[in-house]
Design a protein around this ligand. Structure first.
Ligand SMILES: [Zn+2]
Length: 151
């Protein structure tokens, strides 16, 4: 059993979802990530994604959630996997170690680490250029788009 396996118990899906919601919207009003409309109504939840609230945008007539237009949008893995991978990456664990701890293939872990490092780097470059500051996790949530899959 991997050494850090007990860390899984610290992350449950609903807590992770609440954490992401707070990170994304705590310093600004809830708005549509597509059209930036603030005319938003609650639109239920997902049965397969505990704690993830869905919203209806009256501007563009589409639904969204806290992960829309982020690196984590439509990920096959649930949010606790990503939070744990980010936690381990911040502890300077290797991709191989993260794969073992999280329980994903080494190629998946490598790809996640690349995305997360790229997001942190783009955050730092933006912060230096504009003088703005926000948490790296918030930066990941706000602006990094998942690269298109190769066919
Ligand atoms: Zn909209």
């Amino acid at each position: 059993m991997p050494v850090l396996s007990y860390v899984h118990q610290l992350f449950n899906a609903e807590q992770c979802q609440a954490y992401i919601h707070t990170l994304r919207w705590k310093d600004r009003p809830l708005q549509c990530p597509r059209c930036q409309s603030q005319d938003i109504d609650p639109w239920g939840t997902y049965h397969y994604r505990p704690g993830c609230k869905r919203y209806w945008c009256n501007g563009c007539k589409r639904t969204f959630n806290d992960l829309t237009k982020t690196l984590l949008h439509q990920s096959k893995r649930s949010l606790p996997y990503w939070i744990l991978a980010t936690f381990l990456l911040c502890l300077a664990c290797s991709s191989r170690r993260i794969a073992r701890e999280v329980g994903v293939h080494i190629r998946t872990s490598y790809r996640w680490c690349w995305w997360l490092r790229n997001a942190a780097l783009s955050y730092e470059m933006d912060r230096q250029l504009t003088g703005r500051s926000c948490t790296p996790t918030l930066r990941i949530m706000r602006s990094v788009q998942k690269p298109a899959k190769r066919l």
